[in-house]
Design a protein around this ligand. Structure first.
Ligand code: UDP
Length: 346
């Protein structure tokens, strides 16, 4: 372990790593890095490197551990043997068991466990490289991995710590500040500022404690923005990377064919509309009844006209016999009368 620095904050108010007292370390996030997991996240925060995998909700075995009305959250925080300068003995220890417990409790108020009775949600947080603030970094990564797994939550959880060095409160402690500082206050909270984790090492006055909480709140607010942005860009990337399955390609083909039909129908409609428009236009141009009649006559065929002429002839022919009959009848009458007179005369 390196020696205690003489000063943590220089005359310009900057810390050993060049940050302001209320500035968080650079954070990088990659989501969906473990294909086997339901959700996963790799997070770098300063020199911390954390990998989180989420499995579930899935059926909990052994069954006697199942909760009848909700899912069980299991959280395992583990530091890799190579994560710090001195090799860490593999397996759980007092510290990792404690961190696992408080981290699980940080998520219990937000994860909607009542939706999955009898199930378990497993969160594995592996610290690959540690540089102070690993529990807060793991919580930030776990929050994203849970969201990546599609587990319903009332809010994301964001976490950071405030400490005290050189008599001043500083946000997001680095290793030297954590190891040699006068206080360490890790906090996790929801979007609404509901605190789901609060621990404290060292001593703070009441005033300092209040101010430290305010600094944590602001730090968590910034972290939540980063978390949300990471999730948003993951979602956008996923949309771009969607592979279209074969059966969908087929249905796309069908859709294209249908589209053609629809397009054809539309074209026909457009043509019909256009000719209707033309008719209306020519009607308007004609402007008189005569023109309309002429137009109407134009519509008769030669056969129609011939037929009409033939009808007229028939009418004429029909009229003639009536006259003829009448005339003939008249002649007959005359004949009869003549005959009668002849007879009378006879
Ligand atoms: N650390 C270490 N060996 C250990 C435990 C912790 O070197 O067995 C270092 C590690 O860098 C860790 C830091 O001490 O990040 C602070 O540890 P702490 O227990 O305060 O937890 P953290 O701040 O990481 O949540």
């Amino acid at each position: 372990m390196s020696d205690k620095p003489e000063k943590f904050i220089d005359e310009n108010g900057l810390r050993l790593d060049g940050r302001q007292i209320n500035e968080i370390r650079q954070m990088k996030i990659k989501i969906g890095v473990i294909s086997r997991a339901d959700g996963s996240c790799y997070l770098e925060w300063g020199n911390n490197k954390i990998l989180v995998a989420v499995y579930g909700p899935r059926e909990l075995h052994p069954r006697r551990l199942q909760k009848a009305d909700s899912a069980l959250i299991r959280y395992r925080y583990n530091m890799a043997a190579f994560s710090v300068e001195d090799r860490i003995r593999p397996g759980p220890n007092r510290r990792s068991i404690e961190i696992s417990k408080v981290s699980r409790e940080a998520f219990e108020p937000v994860v909607m466990t009542h939706l999955y009775p009898g199930a378990v949600i497993d969160v594995f947080a592996e610290v690959l490289q540690a540089d102070a603030g690993t529990r807060t970094a793991a919580i930030n990564a776990a929050s994203i991995a849970l969201a990546d797994a599609g587990i319903p939550m009332k809010s994301l959880v964001s976490s950071c710590a405030v400490g005290k060095v050189d008599g001043q409160l500083v946000l997001d402690l680095n290793k030297a500040e954590d190891n040699y500082g006068d206080a360490d206050l890790p906090v996790a909270m929801t979007q609404d500022g509901e605190i789901t984790l609060l621990q404290m090492d060292g001593n703070l006055t009441q005033e300092e404690f209040k101010k430290a909480l305010e600094m944590c709140k602001e730090g968590c607010r910034q972290i939540m923005e980063i978390q949300k942005e990471a999730l948003r860009s993951k979602f956008a990337d996923d949309q771009l990377a969607i592979e279209v399955p074969d059966e969908m390609v087929e249905s796309i083909d069908i859709a294209v064919t249908l589209e053609d039909v629809v397009e054809e129908e539309r074209e026909t409609e457009v043509e019909a509309e256009a000719s209707a428009e033309e008719i209306t236009k020519s009607d308007a141009e004609a402007g008189s009844e005569d023109a309309e009649i002429e137009d109407a006559e134009d519509e008769y065929s030669v056969e129609d006209l011939e037929e009409a002429d033939a009808d007229e002839e028939i009418l004429e022919v029909e009229e003639e016999p009536v006259d003829l009959i009448d005339e003939e009848a008249g002649n007959e009458d005359e004949k009869v009368a003549t005959e009668g007179s002849e007879t009378r005369e006879q």
